[in-house]
Design a protein around this ligand. Structure first.
Ligand SMILES: CC(=O)N[C@H]1[C@@H](OP(=O)(O)OP(=O)(O)OC[C@H]2O[C@@H](n3ccc(=O)[nH]c3=O)[C@H](O)[C@@H]2O)O[C@H](CO)[C@@H](O)[C@@H]1O
Ligand SMILES: C=C(OP(=O)(O)O)C(=O)O
Length: 439
């Protein structure tokens, strides 16, 4: 991807459905033996792969625009395909519904962004508390429920850390379990609430999602539903930061601004004016100056780790020194060295980045190491002088719905090229932007 920086954005951007809701809700559809219609599904490589995982299990899927119809009435296997599951994180969460439906599941350990060890011990311990026998061998998590009816049992589960995925896996498993499950220290992310709402729309009995204690009363089966997923708060945040760094005025909708409280608060600290318009629209105005601030990532409702990398790009151009502490994942600061190639002044020690604001960034060839790191480089490229060439588009495609196209519609000079030809052009780094660029 090539970006010629220094051009303000203008206009309106449509925010897609949330990646992390769509993926887990697709897994949740495994709980239902009827038709599930899921609306507002983003166009993402991860969604495509999750669909392939479900298909391999015997699920029938059809997609038209952003509507996905899923029918999991006949599951033909409890074994998920290794090559697919290892490419994304959320596929693993399907272990909960598969086990609840079939009493047996063989789930490879997941992939996803390489931002830390990302174990699945909390998922496993929770399923064990619900009566499953679980063993990990040869990269596969084998789980089964002993006993004649193969039904999980309600349990009291305390999560050592409020893991989003573990909360979702266990919540889904508990919907069809025998009796009541209580998850303490549950994750409170909006996507957990979205999944609970989806399950409840199929007749599940989940109470307290969005708080630290979730109670689920198991039912014997779930019914068909028609459900629309929430707007992507991380995509929204990414466009807000893209507008902030280019000193632009844009509007964004649909958005759920109550899911963005820490992000909007930090942007305001930095000096970026944001106006809420109506119930689902945000307007961002050009900042007079960008001021340094400190960020500590935390589970929701704290500042989201998925917004840390984009904010690092913004703070790289703020006046003064900022400290960014990544508390959720142990290896999620790899974009700092790539931002330094663009002229940023960032030092990393352990899980902390010390960002000394500079007045300009200058375009250079860089590599995105994970999804949000790649987004951070796109954002920096929009502000940098000259041309930035970004490799690692496969990460972006996993989690952003046509990011280059949406930015182009806002007036960004951004061109998608295949990575081999991007390499070929690297020496010509400061060439002028083409008069117009198209996909
Ligand atoms: C597909 C999806 O929804 N991905 C999101 C989800 O990932 P994911 O669900 O993988 O993230 P978790 O909330 O589980 O991880 C949080 C922390 O808990 C640790 N942990 C997690 C599970 C476990 O069994 N043991 C354990 O120690 C992790 O290593 C990490 O340090 O939440 C993250 C935190 O908001 C986001 O960055 C990801 O975008
Ligand atoms: C870390 C992320 O995704 P995943 O959990 O799918 O790797 C993310 O969306 O930023």
């Amino acid at each position: 991807m090539q970006i010629w920086g220094g051009h303000p954005l203008r206009g309106h951007v449509n925010i897609s459905g949330a990646k992390n809701s769509a993926l887990v809700i697709m897994a949740g559809a495994l709980l239902c033996s009827g038709d599930c219609r899921i609306r507002n599904v983003p166009l993402l490589a991860d969604v495509e792969r999750m669909g392939q995982v479900l298909s391999a299990l015997g699920v029938r899927l059809t997609r038209e625009g952003d509507i996905l119809d899923v029918n999991a009435s006949e599951l033909i296997t409890s074994k998920a395909p290794y090559e697919l599951v290892t490419q994304l994180r959320a596929s693993f969460f399907a272990i909960g519904p598969i086990l609840a439906r079939l009493g047996i599941a063989q789930m490879p350990l997941p992939g996803g962004c390489a931002i830390g060890a990302r174990p699945v011990d909390l998922h496993v311990r929770g399923l064990q508390a619900m009566g499953a026998e679980v063993q990990i061998e040869h990269g596969i998590c084998n789980a089964y429920v002993p006993g004649a009816n193969g039904r999980l049992k309600g349990a009291k589960i305390y999560l050592d850390t409020p893991s989003v995925g573990a909360t979702e896996t266990l919540m889904m498993a508990a919907t069809l379990a025998d009796g009541e499950t209580i998850i303490e220290n549950a994750a409170r992310e909006p996507e957990v609430v979205d999944l609970a709402n989806f399950c409840n729309s199929m007749g599940a009995k989940i109470y307290g999602a969005g708080t630290s204690t979730i109670t689920i009363t198991g039912v014997s089966q779930l019914h068909s539903t028609d459900y629309s997923i929430i707007p992507d708060r991380i995509e929204t945040g990414t466009f807000l930061v893209a507008a902030a760094i280019t000193r632009s005025e844009i509007t964004l909708s649909p958005v759920a601004s109550d899911h963005l409280i820490p992000v909007i608060a930090k942007l305001r600290d930095i000096g970026v004016p944001i106006i809420e318009e109506g119930t689902d629209c945000l307007r961002i105005l050009p900042a007079e100056s960008l001021k340094a601030t400190d960020i500590d990532t935390l589970p929701h409702p704290g500042f989201p780790t998925d917004m840390q990398a984009p904010f690092m790009s913004l703070l790289a151009l703020a006046e003064g020194d900022s400290i960014i502490n990544e508390s959720v994942f142990e290896n999620r600061l790899r974009h700092a060295s790539e931002l330094n190639r663009l002229g940023a002044d960032i030092r990393v020690k352990g899980n902390t980045a010390f960002v000394r604001g500079v007045s300009v960034l200058s375009g250079a060839p860089v590599i995105g190491t994970d999804l949000r790191a790649s987004a951070a480089l796109v954002i920096a490229g929009l502000a940098a002088e000259g041309k930035t060439t970004i490799q690692g588009l496969r990460h972006l495609d996993r989690g952003y719905d046509r990011l280059d196209m949406k930015l182009q519609q806002l007036g960004a000079r951004i061109l998608r090229v295949n990575e081999a030809s991007a390499d070929a052009e690297l020496p010509n780094n400061n060439s002028n932007p083409p008069a117009s660029v198209s996909l």
